[in-house]
Write a protein that binds this ligand. Structure first.
Ligand SMILES: O=P(O)(O)OC[C@H]1O[C@](O)(CO)[C@@H](O)[C@@H]1O
Length: 390
């Protein structure tokens, strides 16, 4: 089980360095009141030097977290599972700002200004304009390009940029991008044209990841590889740039408001129509913000995934939750770790944390010999597919 107790390790740096920076960024981005600053001071002290405390007496989810955190309260944040500690940090950050409390700050996204700046930026303009090159191309040319766009879009993650200093600005087809495993042929085999598939896509980040995800969704629907698509997003802001329903709306608007003659706007209009026709549905189950691996998912969610032709999970956090946030031997078969999933499942992820499975022995040896921080730097990616039906 990965914890943050090893000074200098990746999870340690997230808790000790990244979280304090994030708190400061939120202070700088909002005109906070004294009580909010005080709550952030308390969170900063608790999460870096103190012990894990319960939620406030009137928190709506106090009981839930009391159960989820049994055995962790009173301990250092660095000594409990990394996945749990990060998740609780985001819960407490939202609480400190009044996100869940009836009043003027209820529902305010503390990461909204960062997401909005990214979405309005010229990189998005360029990425939307680049779609014009694909317009009119046959589906078998579009498919791999759009899958790569969605995959590498995962590099554009605002949390990741806190300590990479913006070094990972480029996305699709990036110059130093490398695939450590590519099982995309298995994914396409599950989705033949006209096969009436139902695809579930578990989204990760908003903005420059969600837009290429939506473009991929449009491709699946338009090329009739999928009859319908269910897009799963977070029920509330999480891990900085994780997508919520408002981010879906903003991204769809960004697409439809692209220059009218371009392909991006056409895609936006088709997606808009697909939601009206019930072919594209968005859901936001509470479990997507829970501090546990997907092996602990509730039955209601399990039933949804069981009904999918394939579920595609985006990003690093979803990968950690899918295979378990543990230091598996890297050659552990992916399908061994996903055997509990109720149907075919695929992971599209750039590597931004220590967890890895399903590597070929020779690929692993080459990666280890490279001396690069391949597990955490986001320069490498994977497409892994467990295509077995259950
Ligand atoms: O947006 P993604 O791809 O899920 O990545 C978020 C990642 O950020 C971290 O929280 C810190 O890097 C990772 O541990 C996590 O997996």
């Amino acid at each position: 089980m990965i914890t943050s107790s090893e000074p200098g390790s990746f999870p340690w740096a997230v808790l000790a360095e990244r979280h304090p920076v994030l708190i400061q960024q939120v202070r700088d981005a909002f005109p906070l009141a004294p009580a909010q600053h005080a709550a952030l001071d308390a969170l900063l002290a608790e999460a870096t030097e103190g012990v894990i405390g319960p939620l406030g007496a009137d928190a709506h989810d106090r009981e839930r977290w009391a159960a989820w955190g049994q055995g962790y309260f009173g301990r250092s944040w660095f000594d409990v599972p990394f996945l749990w500690a990060e998740s609780y940090f985001y819960r407490k950050l939202l609480g400190a700002l009044g996100h869940f409390t009836p009043g003027p700050w209820q529902g305010i996204d503390p990461f909204g200004p960062f997401k909005a700046a990214e979405l309005a930026g010229k990189l998005v303009d360029e990425e939307l304009a680049a779609l014009d090159e694909l317009a009119g191309q046959p589906a078998d040319v579009q498919a791999p390009a759009l899958l790569a766009g969605s995959l590498w879009g995962n590099r554009a993650d605002l949390g990741f940029r806190i300590d990479s200093g913006g070094a990972h600005e480029s996305t699709a087809a990036g110059s130093d991008s490398r695939l450590v495993t590519d099982e995309s042929a298995r994914l396409w085999a599950l989705l033949p044209t006209g096969g009436a598939a139902t695809v579930h896509l578990v989204a990760d980040n908003a903005g420059r990841e969600l837009i290429p995800d939506l473009v991929l969704v449009d491709h699946l629907l338009h090329s009739e590889r999928a009859a319908d698509v269910v897009l799963h997003v977070k029920p509330h802001p999480y891990y900085i740039s994780d997508a919520t329903m408002s981010d879906v709306i903003d991204s769809l608007r960004r697409l439809t408001h692209a220059p009218a003659a371009g392909y991006a706007a056409e895609i936006g209009r088709r997606l808009w129509a697909a939601t009206a026709a019930g072919r594209l549905t968005v859901r936001a189950h509470e479990f997507f913000c829970a501090p546990f691996p997907y092996s602990a998912m509730p039955d209601a969610l399990r039933e949804q995934f069981a009904a999918a032709t394939v579920t595609v999970l985006k990003g690093d956090l979803n990968y950690r939750r899918l295979v378990g946030d543990q230091l598996w031997p890297p050659t552990t078969p992916f399908a061994e770790r996903t055997a509990y999933w109720p149907g075919p499942v695929a992971a599209l992820r750039t590597l931004k944390s220590d967890v890895i499975t399903g590597l070929d022995r020779d690929v692993l040896a080459a990666l280890e010999a490279s001396g690069e921080a391949w597990r955490t730097s986001g320069t490498h990616a994977l497409v892994q597919v467990d295509a077995r039906s259950r």
